[in-house]
Design a binder for this molecule. Structure first.
Ligand code: 5GP
Length: 175
C-alpha cells in the first residue's frame, strides 16, 4: 500500500485488519524519531542510522528507501514467515519501496490510496497537528510527486469515505 501521508492509509488499513484479523501488518524499521503516541515495535522499529544500515547491508530488509529525509524499510523475515504460514501481509511503503517489493515478490499486489484532492490532503495534514509548517510543505510537495506514479499500481482507491475505502481494499484482498 502506498499513498501520500494524510491520504488515510493508516485508517483504511486499520479498518481492514479489524474485519480480517488473519491479515498481518508489517512493522517497518525507521530512523525517524517517534511521535508522542508511537510505540517501538508496534508502530515502527525505531533504529539509529547505523543499525538501520547494518540491517540493510546483511540483506535483512525486503526493501528500503529514504523518505522525507529519513530511512524506512521492511524487515524481511517477518514478511516471509507470515507468507509461508499462509497469511496476507500488508506493507505501508512509499513508491520506491513498492516498486522494490514488486521486483522481489512478483505476486505482490500494489494498491495506491489517493486523497480526494490535494486541498483535502493539506487540510487533513493540518488537522492532524503532527507536522510543523516546513514539514507540512515538504509532505504536500512529496504528495504531488507520489501521485505521478499512480499508474504503476495495480489498484487505486480514492479515500473519500473511509468505510468505502475499507470495503474496496477488502475486496482486493479477497480477490
Ligand atoms: P510517517 O513518517 O508519516 O510514519 O511515514 C512517512 C512515509 O514513509 C509513509 O507514508 C510511507 O510512504 C513511508 N514508509 C513507511 N514505512 C516504510 C517502509 O517500510 N518502507 C518504505 N519504503 N517506505 C515506508
Amino acid at each position: 500500500m502506498s499513498g501520500p501521508s494524510g491520504a488515510g492509509k493508516g485508517t483504511v488499513v486499520g479498518g481492514v485488519l479489524a474485519r480480517r484479523p488473519e491479515t498481518i501488518l508489517s512493522v517497518s524499521a525507521t530512523t525517524r524519531t517517534p511521535r508522542p503516541e508511537e510505540r517501538d515495535g508496534t508502530d515502527y522499529r525505531f533504529l539509529s542510522q547505523e543499525s538501520f544500515r547494518a540491517l540493510a547491508e546483511i540483506g535483512e530488509l525486503l526493501e528500503w528507501a529514504e523518505v522525507y529525509g529519513h530511512l524506512y524499510g521492511t524487515p524481511r523475515r517477518p514478511v516471509e514467515d507470515a507468507l509461508a504460514a499462509g497469511h496476507d501481509v500488508v506493507l505501508e511503503v512509499d513508491v520506491q519501496g513498492a516498486l522494490q517489493v514488486r521486483e522481489s515478490l512478483p505476486d505482490a499486489v500494489l494498491v495506491f490510496i489517493k486523497p480526494p484532492s490535494l486541498e483535502e490532503l493539506e487540510a487533513r495534514l493540518t488537522g492532524r497537528g503532527t507536522e510543523n509548517a516546513g514539514t507540512l510543505a515538504r509532505r504536500t510537495e512529496a504528495a504531488r510527486g507520489e501521485l505521478e506514479h499512480v499508474d504503476r499500481y495495480d489498484h487505486v482507491i480514492v479515500n473519500d469515505r473511509a468505510d468505502d475505502a475499507v470495503t474496496e481494499l477488502l475486496r482486493i484482498l479477497d480477490g
